[in-house]
Design a protein around this ligand. Sequence first.
Ligand code: ADP
Ligand code: MG
Length: 563
Amino acid sequence: DARKETRGFQTEAKQLLHLMIHSLYSNKEIFLRELVSNASDAADKLRFEAVSNGDLYEGDADLKIRIDFDKEAKTLTISDNGIGMSREEVVDNLGTIAKSGTAHFMQNLTGDQKKDAQLIGQFGVGFYSAFIVADRVVVTTRRAGSPASDGVRWECTGEAEFTVESVEKAARGTTVELHLKSDAEEFADHWRLRSIIKKYSDHIAIPVVMKKQNPVGEDGDKQEPEDEVINTATALWTRSRSDVTDEEYKEFYKHISHDFSEPLSWSHNRVEGKLDYTSLLFIPARAPFDLYNRDASRGLKLYVQRTFIMDDAEQFLPLYLRFIKGVVDSNDLSLNVSREILQKDPNIDAMRSALTKRVLDMLDKMAKNEPENYSKFWNEFGQVMKEGPAEDFANRDKVAKLLRFASTHTDKPEQDQSLDDYVARMKDGQEKVYYIAAENFNTAKNSPHLEVFRKKGIEVLLLSDRVDEWLMSHLYEFEGKQFQDVGKGELDLGKLDTDEEKQAQEKVAEQLKPLLERVKTVLDEAVSEVRITHRLTESPACVVVGAQDMGAQMRRILEAAGQ
Ligand code: ADP
Ligand code: MG
């Protein structure tokens, strides 16, 4: 039926739209990238569904995106013959401005336009960027395979409401019509549009088409202008590395990640042999707001012989590398591959371990060659990397090399010291890597357990992230050196104590025996043991945890969880 209904966006929507329009104001042209990106996704989805149902092509398998404008009417339209949307999908997809977590997002706004713009970027308000340049947006769409009478018209003026109604639409796919604001009329211009498409959308795998500039016919008669393909129109990852510019890689990243900011790094590889596939992996510059959300989408975009198969294919990377974005295109998998099949296929395990190594190598290179980028990376994703040794036994040593810690070497909270740095600074005769774990940096740094280490100039790693004890319980050793929690058990500094020190310690022990007995009797059940310690130089006494007992931090976590 053609019933027309008016619906409201959810409460935060208006605020979000307003904010987006203002923070992206100086970068208006990106709306076109977003709309072309959506059209390309729609083509991918149609191709995928058509693998099992060729009728969806309705006799037209020549997928493309068309850009038209009308200078007089001040309109611009972006049309595709992709999958299209049903009425329900229109309401679901275009009626919810920000996906789950909007409230969380709003809390994170700082009022600083620059920072907020970045936040908006990672939130991916793609389609709504149309309202940066338009004060009225009309979407007409029909889902592939549905009758022409199932067309839908969606209209919105960027306020709190939108309308949907049923209309006739002969051609499947989606047309987005923008009624340009008076300060955005510049976009109804052939050369402007062309250069924006070249800049942002050259990597789009299907043709982006415009009508040629009207040739001024010498004989004066008006001819219908021909179509012209503006972009390169081949899947970017199929091109050879030397043919792709950094700018193209960056724009491609934005397209697949729905992130507005540029990636920190990428790695593009073709693997031939037993398995035949191409991968293009990106390290984002910023952690997504839902990095710790179990349900957050993760994984790579999977293609089989250039045909899009699925988003968020999780099987190709371990959980601790869930922040990696990218594409994997296999020549061996079947077009009918499903998540279930991926889970069982041993070839996928082989690809997963190769891709994991690829990422770890990329990070290793970055750490060596671009330390500034690496420290940015660590600040965003370090906590997740610390999950690595527990999850990925095979690559434990590689991950360990990538870890960064705060340490008494700098006494600063920045986690910027590697285990290699630590080992290089170890004292003669030092056999272990010492660390202390506490609930925050200052507690760790000021711990009485460190007194003797500071006196002797022995470095101690200062751990205070929640994940640290979990990490240390899976690291065991680094390059043959065991890790030792200085807050646990008896402290034997081994060769680090001189013979004189040892003699003096024994003498003191002898003298203090009676005192020790008395303290033991007084404290009785409250402690399991009272010992003489040489680890304190200023504090008279301290409580330590038994070597086999849970660390103090782990204990707090479990207590907090009600155990
Ligand atoms: P995203 O692309 O990150 O999913 P957008 O805001 O850009 O977010 O788009 C929202 C949703 O609207 C898309 O996920 C898609 O389902 C739908 N959509 C947008 N444009 C099109 C289109 N041209 N064809 C089909 N569906 C579309
Ligand atoms: Mg989009």
